[in-house]
Design a protein around this ligand. Sequence first.
Ligand SMILES: C[S@@+](CC[C@H](N)C(=O)[O-])C[C@H]1O[C@@H](n2cnc3c(N)ncnc32)[C@H](O)[C@@H]1O
Length: 261
Amino acid sequence: MEKSSMNLQESHSAYRHLPRTYAACGETEFSVRMAEWVLVRISENRPAESQFHVLDLACGVGAAAEIFALNGYQVTGIDSSEEMLMEARRRTGSSLVEWIKQDMRQLNVAGHADFVTCMYDALNFMTTVDDLSAVFGRVATVLRCGGLFIFDMYTIRGLAETWGSRCEIHTDRADFFVVSQTEWNSEASINTKTLHGFERDGACWRRWIERHVIRAYPMEVIWAALEKNNFHVLDVSEWTGAEARPLRPETTRLLFTSKRL
Ligand SMILES: C[S@@+](CC[C@H](N)C(=O)[O-])C[C@H]1O[C@@H](n2cnc3c(N)ncnc32)[C@H](O)[C@@H]1O
């Protein structure tokens, strides 16, 4: 049997290794569906005369940003992961969307955005109320008055049930194998996902580990942080993955639509 060597690369920053297979594993389906829904909201709020600037926070590999751009909007995609942005550039190019590497807690872009989105539980990566509030504060600074901010977040129940505490195969490909181990801390409403990856590199296997730590908040906490930062909450619904529905006790994902005052 052929022996192959293995190197271990340990990294705690999320989305260093996953971007390579993010789209191939269907992870972009979520934001594609949400972007299509959001497009309807945007067109209702679009000023007829000007070019409409959309900012997609934590844009990942850029699936939603690309859809907005293909529909004629001026789009900026922001993400803190260089690897996600490299994949976004590889998939979409650099002429359609402006890609910026930035931590959304320090969001700073030139000019004003007309509309801001943040999809696929990216705001759950804010593990303190102060961080969540800092993002809302930065969005309030870059979003024009009257502009909409739309985002989804896991509920506490959603994070407890969807991620839970378990070990399972995340990706199973001939050259890329990932095992995911989640640990739910109910006191802190924090879930820590450790991804153990094995990636073929010629005759060698590269082994890596990365951690995703995300936190869920009661709806009222998110709502209060928005109001504190000059947003008026227009609507909170359940996002089913395809459409917005009225909230239920079983809701696992909130969809916030708020307006900059
Ligand atoms: C679950 S992915 C969602 C990506 C994309 N919105 C989508 O729908 O496919 C979470 C994204 O949040 C980004 N992210 C996490 N913390 C961030 C931060 N502080 N600032 C900017 N981006 C961040 C990650 O790099 C990752 O791309």
